[in-house]
Design a protein around this ligand. Structure first.
Ligand code: ADP
Ligand code: MG
Length: 680
């Protein structure tokens, strides 16, 4: 074997039996290397350790059974099937086959014995099993070799059994994994225990599997933690421009704001400004619930950069939000002599050339933009600070691209996604974290109600009546569903429906597929109160601030994650009037979905909701971290494995202090590349 075929990073094609087409299928399961193959852990096991007598079957379970054929006949139900009656002297079982050959019917004759393995279900004539695996015997079958068969996640055209075979043939490669042990097991031992479990007595077998799994999960989370800590260390060795206090322009803004900063805002602003005055690059996450007032903190940071003749780039995930930030920053910063400019995707050639010239010459001090900022020809004079708003909406690569617009600029990322504290420490181990744990005073809690779609008509009437009497405005959200077209249609349908209800109420439509100019004008009309009802998709999820809108209706709320619902709800409750959030669902609704909606109804505190959400289901989509590529875990599930997070953090910090070589070897065992795992 050459070095390349010998390596854990080799393509699975180095194994016998895997050609390009199988390799492609494996890739669809996320398996690109031998290492990935070894780390493809079974998600369950088939228990083939002993035969069950037919009077000991449990519906819904899989059983290994020895039985003799009593009868074999056609059954004419809704679909014709071959029905085989089996007995072992203790009880009966029906085996049903919908697909069969004539020869099969011939071989399945009374007196023949079967050893079968299948899921048992309860039918109208007793226990049944459909298309089980079976083998024929002339007489009572011998005792089976006890087996706990691993079952693997797979993709179409690939059976779990084939993946299992390949994994078995890859096992020798496990020798190449570093041999450090945790809880008495090396990584190789733990993988063997999962792929080829030893059968032991009683619960011992499962206890061992569980132990091996925990050990692997522990190390996987640890590897992620270590790589982020390493990244942090590398960054702290870099040098950048120190943005110290100079012209006191921040004070001017403070006096003009028209509101007093909350204690939390003061504390976080101080933390940020202290960071900026250092000559090591800032890397700080600002976490604050919707409406907690993050924007003004970004403004103080941008002012500080401008005072030091450095440019600030502020990234927003949507044009609507970029537009809004642009206006806010203009009103706050222009009077201080700071030039704010907006970079969007749809500038015409001349405007674009001018705008880009301003970036290059340094005439633009603060640049608010969308993804358009990433374009190659967007060249800056001197970016000293980058700020990413609604960080969870950006991918890792986009955040890296932004960093490359400057030379090790200071970086702030802001998120309204509340993440439980321990999770934050593990996921964002490469950043400092500030939390704005306080809302501006005078906010009235949003009242949230949950309704089945059957109440929709009456609800609409009530809401329209309220719109008239209170002169307020409503967001009417039709959520994103997978298929873009369907989503659009849903919003368009509701738009038509509401528009036809009452000619006295102005209804408008806003969705992501509209031209940006259209979007801006629809949004402006709503801001100025010209539109009463804004039917929209989840494009308004982030950031949008229209204090006079006091009602938000969310259709099909059960389809959205809690974090997203909480964000959407945060569009209201921004003014002096009490606001309401109406969650609609299609009945019937599952218990989990109902629990989630109730968690939202019962709390307005994002952190409380996040904690609950973590208990109700896995954190991936909930926290929005998976889409941002934060959570590239193969095996760990931070909801299921949350008990391990604190021990991982403790161990990780100890390793870095006391055993840096071991820390490196863990990172390399998991082949986490530093580039892939930077948070910004
Ligand atoms: P988010 O944290 O969700 O980004 P914003 O920065 O958009 O919140 O602030 C929400 C609204 O609250 C804005 O209209 C902002 O001007 C206002 N605001 C921010 N801080 C305060 C404060 N300390 N007192 C009163 N209003 C504030
Ligand atoms: Mg915001």
């Amino acid at each position: 074997m050459t070095d390349e075929t010998n390596s854990l990073d080799a393509s699975p094609q180095v194994l016998r039996g895997i050609g390009p087409s199988s390799a492609q299928k494996l890739e669809r399961c996320g398996i690109k290397t031998i290492r990935d193959l070894l780390l493809h852990i079974p998600y369950r096991y088939q228990n083939r350790t002993q035969c069950s007598p037919l009077n000991c079957l449990l519906a819904g379970n899989e059983h290994l059974v020895n039985a003799e054929i009593i009868k074999c006949e056609y059954s004419y139900g809704r679909r014709r099937s071959l029905l085989v009656t089996l007995s072992d002297g203790y009880g009966y079982l029906l085996m049903r086959l919908f697909h069969y050959h004539a020869s099969q019917k011939k071989s399945l004759k009374p007196g023949v014995w079967l050893q079968l393995f299948g899921e048992i279900r309860s039918g109208s004539n007793g226990f049944e099993t459909v298309h089980p695996e079976y083998r024929l015997f002339d007489s009572h079958p011998p005792d089976p070799t006890p087996e706990l068969r691993p079952i693997y996640r797979t993709t179409s055209g690939l059976t779990s059994a084939r993946i299992g075979d390949w994994i078995r043939s890859a096992i020798p490669y496990a020798e190449k994994l570093p041999n450090h042990t945790f809880r008495g097991l090396s990584l190789k031992d733990a993988l063997l225990a999962l792929h080829q479990p030893k059968i032991e007595s009683g619960q011992e077998t499962y206890a061992r599997i569980n132990q091996a799994l925990q050990r692997i999960v522990f190390e996987e989370i640890l590897a992620h933690f270590l790589v982020k800590r390493t990244q942090r260390k590398l960054l702290s060795q870099q040098r950048t421009i120190s943005l110290g206090p100079s012209k006191q322009l921040g004070k001017k803004l403070l006096n003009k704001l028209g509101f007093k900063l909350t204690q939390a805002q003061k504390r976080v602003t101080k933390e940020v400004l202290e960071d900026l005055s250092k000559s090591t690059p800032t890397m700080r996450l600002i976490q604050g619930d919707v409406g907690s007032g993050k924007t003004v903190i970004a403004a103080f940071a941008a002012i500080r950069a401008a005072e030091n003749d450095a440019q600030t780039v502020i990234m927003a995930p949507t044009e609507i939000l970029a537009e809004q930030h642009y206006e806010t920053f203009c009103s706050w910063l222009t009077p201080l002599g700071i030039n704010v400019c907006l970079v969007k995707g749809d500038l015409n050639a001349t405007a674009r050339k001018e705008r880009f010239e301003d970036l290059r010459s340094g005439k633009a001090n603060v640049i608010v933009g969308t993804h358009a900022v990433f374009q190659k020809d967007a060249v800056f004079k001197h970016v000293g600070l980058t700020i990413i708003d609604e960080q969870h909406r950006f991918g890792v690569h986009q955040r890296m691209q932004l960093r490359e617009k400057g030379k090790s600029p200071h970086q702030l990322v802001m998120t309204a996604t509340p993440i439980p504290r321990t999770l934050t420490m593990a996921l964002y181990a490469d950043m400092d974290v500030s939390v704005i744990d306080q809302l501006p005073p005078g906010r009235i809690a949003i009242k949230t109600t949950i309704h089945s779609n059957t109440q929709r008509k009456a609800l609409i009437q009530n809401i329209f009546r309220e719109l008239k009497s209170k002169k307020t405005q409503v967001y009417w959200v039709c959520p994103a569903i997978q298929n873009g077209e369907t989503q659009l249609r849903a919003a368009e349908d509701v738009y038509e429906e509401l528009k036809s209800l009452d000619s006295g109420t102005s209804v408008d439509l806003l969705h992501g597929q509209m031209k940006s100019q259209e979007k801006a004008s629809v949004m402006n009309a709503f801001k100025q109160g010209k539109t009463t009802v804004l039917v929209t998709t989840t494009v308004i999820e982030v950031g949008v601030d229209v204090p006079n809108a006091t009602i938000i209706v969310i259709e099909d709320a059960d389809r959205l994650g809690l974090a997203q619902l909480h964000q959407l709800r945060g569009r209201v409750g921004r003014g002096k009037e009490e606001s309401t959030c109406v969650l609609l669902y299609q009945s019937p609704i599952s218990d989990t979905a109902r629990n989630r909606l109730e968690a939202l109804r019962d709390s307005n505190d994002g952190f409380v909701i996040a904690e609950k959400d973590l208990l109700i289901r896995g954190p991936g989509d909930v926290l929005g971290t998976r889409q941002a590529g934060e959570q590239a875990f193969k095996i760990a599930d931070l909801s299921r494995d949350r008990e391990l997070i604190q021990p991982v953090i403790d161990m990780g910090n100890r390793l870095i202090r006391e055993q840096p070589a071991l820390a490196d070897s863990i990172i390399s065992a998991w082949k986490l590349s530093l580039e892939d795992y930077v948070s910004i």
